[in-house]
Design a protein around this ligand. Structure first.
Ligand SMILES: Nc1ncnc2c1ncn2[C@@H]1O[C@H](COP(=O)(O)OP(=O)(O)O)[C@@H](O)[C@H]1O
Ligand SMILES: [Mg+2]
Length: 267
């Protein structure tokens, strides 16, 4: 048998997302992100924090292929993110993206919004008329029970509270059966109890399906509580990458900063 006919087995690498020296911009003058190098391991919770305008949302858009680097490379499970690339389209179906604005259809019910997550695997004709097989409807109900909204499945999205809307967005993203979840400030502006409930929901989903979650947060303390790694972005640059070990904050970026230096840098 010749070597060329031997199928190459699909290898599951430890790293699912890799960015090397990535720069990107919206206009000719300013870079929204500069020199971003990071890698995210499968199954972890990776947080991105930073002030408003620092480039957090842009970073998520690079991962899901909505934007492209002007320099540097990005690989998401071996693929270069690009929504016009057929191969990446398959990968995209496995990326649950929850934008800062959530993207719910306000006149559709909670159940219908959740079912939207199944659209990529529904045939075109049925998806045009929003006709879903019963197994998909069962799955949507199961996820709504999980996020605590089964009793509101017939409510319209616009009739929900902020916390409930986020739960629907999570159910819709999980309906995709994602490998990666990108969530942009999903717990910002929520009260402490609700933010923790939502973070627990995501942690639970991660345990069940080995989901890799990349979450943008406003609050670094909340990020440190839930994430394996926290990248701090300032003016488009990744200035820190930290995590908690026991009661110590560890510098994963340079490996030699003390906790005090880290805290001073974040201020
Ligand atoms: N659509 C856009 N067109 C032009 N500039 C943009 C656009 N979106 C974001 N920016 C700029 O890019 C920078 C990073 O924005 P963004 O990633 O949204 O930051 P963050 O999510 O951290 O608030 C900001 O300076 C912002 O003004
Ligand atoms: Mg943002």
């Amino acid at each position: 048998m010749s070597l060329t006919s031997t199928p190459i087995p699909k290898i599951q690498t430890k790293t699912i997302i890799q960015m090397n020296n990535v720069w990107t911009s919206y206009d000719a003058k300013n870079f929204a992100l500069k020199e971003i190098t990071l890698s995210v391991d499968r199954g972890v919770n990776y947080a991105i924090v930073g002030q408003s305008g620092s480039g957090k949302s842009t970073l998520l858009k690079l991962i899901n292929g909505m934007m492209h680097p002007s320099r540097g490379t990005i690989r998401v499970d071996y693929q270069t993110p690009d929504i016009t690339n057929k191969k990446f389209k398959k990968m995209m179906a496995k990326i649950g993206y929850i934008p800062q604005t959530l993207g719910l259809v306000k006149n559709l019910t909670v159940l219908e919004n959740t079912l939207m997550g199944a659209l990529p695997r529904i045939n075109t004709l049925n998806s045009l008329f929003n006709i879903f097989p019963s197994n998909e409807i069962d799955e949507a109900h199961r996820l709504l029970t999980m996020v605590g909204l089964e009793n509101k499945s017939k409510r319209k999205a616009y009739q929900l509270s902020g916390g409930e809307k986020r739960r629907v967005a999570i159910a819709r993203a999980l309906m995709q059966k994602p490998e990666i979840l990108l969530a942009d400030e999903i717990v910002s502006e929520l009260d402490r109890v609700t933010s923790h409930e939502i973070m627990e929901l995501i942690a639970e989903a991660q345990r069940r399906i080995n989901l890799t979650a990349i979450m943008v947060h406003h609050d670094i303390n909340l990020a440190l509580e839930y994430a394996n790694r926290v990248a701090v972005i300032k003016n488009g640059e990744k200035i820190l990458e930290i995590g908690v070990d026991g009661d110590q904050i560890i510098d994963f970026q340079t490996g030699n900063m003390t906790q005090q230096e880290i805290l001073e840098m974040y201020e």
